[in-house]
Design a protein around this ligand. Sequence first.
Ligand SMILES: Cc1cc2nc3c(=O)[nH]c(=O)nc-3n(C[C@H](O)[C@H](O)[C@H](O)COP(=O)(O)OP(=O)(O)OC[C@H]3O[C@@H](n4cnc5c(N)ncnc54)[C@H](O)[C@@H]3O)c2cc1C
Length: 473
Amino acid sequence: MRHPRSIKIIGGGLAGTEAAWQAASQGVPVTLYEMRPVRQTAVHKTDRLAELVCSNSFRGDKLDNAVGLLKEEMRRLGSLVMRAAEASRVPAGAALAVDRERFAEAITTALTTHPLVTIVRDEVTAIPESTTLEPVIVATGPLTSDALSSDIAQLVGSQHLYFYDAISPIVLAETIDRSKVFRASRWNRSIRSQPTSQGFSPACGVDDGEGDYLNCPLTRDEYDRFYDALIGAESATVHDFDKERFFEGCLPIEVMAHRGRDTLRFGPMKPVGLIDPGTGREPYAAVQLRQDNLAGEHFSLVGFQTQIKWGDQARVLRLIPGLEQAEFVRFGMVHRNTYVNAPTVLTETWQVRMRPTLLFAGQMSGVEGYVESAASGLIAGLNAAALASGEAPSTPPRTTAIGALAYYVSHADPAHYEPSNITFGIMEPLPNVQGAPRGKMARKIALSDRALADLQTWLHARTSQRVPEVSRA
Ligand SMILES: Cc1cc2nc3c(=O)[nH]c(=O)nc-3n(C[C@H](O)[C@H](O)[C@H](O)COP(=O)(O)OP(=O)(O)OC[C@H]3O[C@@H](n4cnc5c(N)ncnc54)[C@H](O)[C@@H]3O)c2cc1C
């Protein structure tokens, strides 16, 4: 007789629906819990599964772009989200954008009509029991309900669960003008960030002295010019859920600037302990850039979380010496976001380290974006199905986009953890051998070619290792 096996998935968003589809496609029954419409979030408007809460874009769709590669990998893994996106595609140049209603409808129909999927419309207030035969996936997203958030905080430790994203802008290393910046740590010593009642604030910490910082020095004139531009910049629309008080340690730079002309010089732009080798003195003010990804191609502006509109952000930040030509990989943001400190809590297979029959996926697991959330749900769904079937969970290698994302969440520095979009910078670099592609575009294409070949190898190995149905009986 076959052992009864099933999977509970909490949250019918991008991650939860993809996970449900993948697990059911492996022949494992799934119960998917979605609290809407019984209980709404501050931003969802409908009762459909996989509702897109904001933009209707899944971003770039070409292989010279990391999110384009991630999407192609998902297609090759039989993604429901990708299938629904293709079916509801609207013209958007090189990007994949969708008709949001048709998209959510396609997902809702595919799951409600799937014979192995049961959908329960109710709020889950505590993490259900999980066992090897009945694993649980939590995919309740950035707006996880309060009761469940408290239970998750109890499980992972409240210092490892965050409720806000205070994201600093990130620039591409090769676009920083090195002739204007200098390398140094403040006082050349380590000042560890202190835990607070809300836990660490990884996105907001000012120089902890540990890393190797690039410092952009500002003269008084440069600071005044920057300050005036910042004060005059336009802030992004504040959503209702953003109106809550900011943590004092995570204030957006424009909020600090409005408190007084010198506030930033005593906060994220403080120059003390930084000697500019060009002048032999402390500058009037300084902006610190910290290496942000494993490959060292990205640097974030430390303590520069901001809500300034993206166009204005680029204009104002390019007034900082060294960043005049900076290319922004990501702009700063401050918004409500519930997520765990993934490197502390999760393994590469999206399992909870201390409870491997429980998996986290989506924004809650510390990734950023629709596509990344669905991608994590895809692997979590496959792995929950593997567990329930007596097989070993696995993840594609770090040379693939989907594997790189898994590697990032489980291996990034926990002291400075921030949810990440997929970028080529978090993928394993190409070997630096003779004949390796030199140009930027050629390198990206080579990374994509390698990723798709390695994904195929992983898929083949995974399929051939599967326990035949008959031996599981
Ligand atoms: C305001 C806002 C705007 C955003 N804009 C973008 C954007 O433009 N582009 C982009 O790529 N990303 C955007 N994001 C990030 C986006 O939320 C994620 O990319 C994506 O939706 C995350 O997928 P998910 O499955 O993790 O969460 P969701 O898609 O939010 O799904 C989680 C689901 O869980 C349900 N749920 C919550 N708690 C419970 C519970 N206790 N019991 C049962 N069900 C529950 C929710 O109702 C929801 O349906 C935005 C986020 C926010 C908050």
